[in-house]
Ligand binder design. Structure first.
Ligand SMILES: Nc1ncnc2c1ncn2[C@@H]1O[C@H](COP(=O)(O)OP(=O)(O)OP(=O)(O)O)[C@@H](O)[C@H]1O
Ligand SMILES: [Mg+2]
Length: 273
């Protein structure tokens, strides 16, 4: 059992606060859906957990199995069992996909992986994802199609076998067949390995395959609502406006002047009518 705990996380980019106090707890075997309108901090949250240097944590904590994640370098986070499948996978010229994977795997082992075992596992995972075998020997993501890049992120996940995997819009850019393939492979891996998942997606369809145990809505750098899978369906049907409206109502209710005026009204009573 593994546990990722995020407490009161505040994150800035170039002195602009993007995350404004996030609290989340993710256990292995749980599937957390993160939804929210564009530009509200979902990718920022995932990249911060993985240790992207651009994001400055100004307050709060992230721990994984009790260890301070914020003290770890990116590769230490990966070795600890955290994984990020990126919204926009980077192209890396000069490093082949297979060399990249081999060194990432070896970084997590005492003795290097045997070539035979590595090739076998690579081949079987490529096949599971119905990826062209030559993608293994090309430079990492260079010239890969949008869908090939996304499948390649899942290939990395399968090979690295993390305890908690974060997937940032892994479904965008996948054709309908690829969506089925990726979802099935993910579900199987999640089930077999009791992996925790944190899945960002805009689309209900993906969460029909990967049924979340928890759903969180992020607006303006905060998680404003958490529930179960039913919340995904509500968002699909009604969008996000009702949440904004609900929050605005709550704010008005809490405003001292409005409380004062309602107290005043009550004190005056309705007897003036
Ligand atoms: N390097 C940066 N410099 C300035 N602002 C940034 C930078 N990176 C992110 N931001 C801003 O931070 C906010 C949150 O961005 P983020 O990518 O986390 O949103 P998101 O919720 O993942 O959106 P989407 O659904 O479109 O992927 C946005 O307003 C974005 O413009
Ligand atoms: Mg994003």
């Amino acid at each position: 059992m593994h546990k990722l705990t995020i407490k009161n996380l505040h994150v800035s980019i170039d002195d602009k606060e993007i995350l404004k106090g996030i609290d989340l707890e993710i256990n292995s075997h749980e599937i957390h859906a993160i939804m929210g309108p564009n530009g509200n901090g979902k990718s920022t949250l995932l990249s911060t957990i993985m240790g992207h240097p651009r994001y400055e944590v100004t307050e709060g904590s992230i721990t994984f199995d009790g260890e301070d994640v914020l003290e770890m370098e990116v590769d230490e986070r990966s070795r600890a069992g955290l994984f990020l499948g990126m919204q926009y996978p980077q192209e890396v010229s000069g490093v082949t996909n297979s060399d990249f994977l081999k060194s990432a795997i070896n970084a997590r082992r005492e003795t290097p992986v045997g070539l035979y075992d590595f090739v076998k596992s690579m081949e079987s995972n490529l096949e599971k994802l119905r990826m062209k075998p030559d993608l293994a020997h090309r430079f990492l993501n260079e010239g890969f199609s949008g869908g090939e890049k996304k499948r390649n992120e899942i290939l990395q996940l399968l090979m690295l076998n993390p305890h908690i995997a974060m997937l940032d819009e892994i479904d965008s850019g996948l054709d309908i067949d690829a969506l089925h393939i990726v979802a099935n492979v993910l579900k199987e891996a999640q089930n077999e390995r009791q992996m925790g998942l944190m899945v960002v997606s805009h689309y209900e369809r993906f969460f029909e395959f990967i049924e979340p145990t928890h759903t969180h809505i992020m607006i303006d750098g905060k998680i404003v609502l958490s529930s179960d899978a039913s919340l995904v369906r509500k968002i699909d049907q009604e969008g996000y406006d009702w949440i904004d409206a609900k929050r605005a109502d709550e704010k008005v209710e809490k405003r001292p002047e409005s409380i004062a005026s309602s107290v005043l009204k009550e004190a005056l009573g309705d007897t003036h009518d």
